[in-house]
Design a protein around this ligand. Structure first.
Ligand code: MG
Ligand code: MG
Length: 257
């Protein structure tokens, strides 16, 4: 397995793309309210990426599985949609929904990638708990992204926190290394995957850690559009993501200030 380690100056570049992603997600999160559509979020995100002189990592991304390029700069995944939901002018958000907003971009050839799940108006208590546990599992995972640990210390911290709270971890989609490409090695599963290698974490590795957590059963299917992944049982799913660099000083979250 070839995990590409980044120099300090490369990390500084990834920091700039990471902060741009953060700014975009912060703005979009503020827009989320009853009555707006997921396409409204897309239009604003595309404008912000263009104005910053960045390049979307998602729009034009070719997927072997879909046999097509993704047409948007955002994935907007509402309620039971786990990931890769497509923005739509017909998808008006209503109170009680949750929407995961995921975007990736490059600046000077270095990528950033982050996601948040945002509640719309009043949401069910159980759904709020799902958001809280998913966010907490990401924070616990970030704390494990340090020298002396191995990849599965990250995976295990997500899995244990999620299961302890009665939710389930999605297995078909995982986090990833990131750098001059959106997806680099290694895969970063949110569960301990004995089929996979468990490399030591080394200085300069950069990982996109992204727990995807289901309120009900863990299974997913992909809809006929070939992209939209949904929880098979139709229950809500949450997703948070940050890009984290392994440094001698500890985990450095590149996608937030
Ligand atoms: Mg990602
Ligand atoms: Mg992402």
């Amino acid at each position: 397995m070839a995990i590409i380690r980044k120099s300090r100056s490369e990390l500084e570049k990834m920091r700039r793309s990471g902060l741009l992603v953060y700014q975009i997600l912060t703005e979009l999160s503020k827009m989320v309210r009853e009555g707006i559509t997921t396409m409204d979020l897309e239009v604003e995100a595309e404008r912000m990426i263009r104005d910053a002189g960045a390049k979307s990592a998602f729009k034009g991304y070719y997927s072997e599985a879909a046999g097509a390029e993704f047409p948007y700069v955002l994935c907007t995944s509402v309620n039971e949609v786990v990931v890769h939901g497509m923005p739509s002018a017909k998808r008006q958000l209503k109170s009680g929904d949750i929407v995961s907003i995921d975007t990736g971009l490059s600046l000077e050839g270095y990528y950033g990638d982050s996601a948040v799940t945002v509640p719309v108006g009043e949401i069910a208590q159980e759904t709020q708990h799902l958001l809280d546990v998913t966010r907490q599992s990401l924070e616990l995972a970030i704390a494990e992204a340090r020298l002396g640990n191995r990849l599965f210390d990250i995976s295990r911290s997500v899995e244990q926190h999620v299961l302890k709270n009665g939710f389930t971890v999605v297995r078909e989609f995982v986090g990833h290394g990131i750098g001059t490409r959106l997806h680099e090695e290694p895969q970063v599963p949110n569960y301990v995957d004995r089929q996979q290698e468990n490399p030591k974490l080394k200085e300069g590795m950069v990982l996109a850690i992204e727990p995807m957590v289901n309120q009900g059963r863990p299974e997913t299917n992909v809809l006929s559009d070939k992209w939209t992944a949904v929880a098979t049982d139709g229950k809500p799913s949450a997703h948070f993501e940050h890009v984290v660099a392994i440094t001698a000083e500890g985990p450095w979250v590149l996608t937030r200030p």
